[in-house]
Design a protein around this ligand. Structure first.
Ligand SMILES: [Zn+2]
Length: 141
């Protein structure tokens, strides 16, 4: 499938881009997460470049299913970021909160270009505190 491009609808950056042809063509790619083959269709490319105003060389990395899963995880992660400042004050819940957050970050890392090591590194000692407290509680109780 080949569709003509309307370059007047492209962003300035897209218009400046070298090596762009005057048309879009279906493009097969492999999902980074599940390794399945998927197609970035000419129609989707046209919509992305001309309506959503994305850079014309924007390429798909995840298949549609994994992309939807990533959006769900990203939305859940956002709720942790929002709750974090208030949570920091409730020290007894902090360790569990940090453990859950780490778990979600590790799940999300499979979809992202770069694993979220920095945040996990920050949260790990906080989560560990809770584990120590729980195991010392078992010894005495
Ligand atoms: Zn996938």
């Amino acid at each position: 499938m080949r569709i003509d491009a309307d370059k007047s609808k492209w962003t300035a950056a897209s218009r400046r881009s070298p090596l762009t042809s005057g048309y879009y063509e279906d493009e097969e790619y492999q999902c980074r997460k599940c390794r399945r083959k998927a197609v970035y269709s000419a129609q989707e490319q046209k919509r992305d470049a001309e309506e959503r105003k994305l850079y014309v060389w924007t390429r798909r990395i995840l298949c549609p299913e994994c992309h939807r899963a990533k959006l769900r995880i990203d939305a859940r992660l956002k709720t942790y970021e929002v709750r974090w400042p208030a949570k920091k004050k409730e020290l007894h819940n902090l360790a569990n909160f940090a453990s859950e957050w780490i778990q979600l970050l590790e799940e999300a890392g499979a979809y992202w270009a770069k694993a979220p090591f920095g945040m996990v590194k920050t949260l790990r000692p906080i989560a560990e505190l809770g584990r120590k407290r729980r195991s010392s509680g078992r010894k005495t109780g």
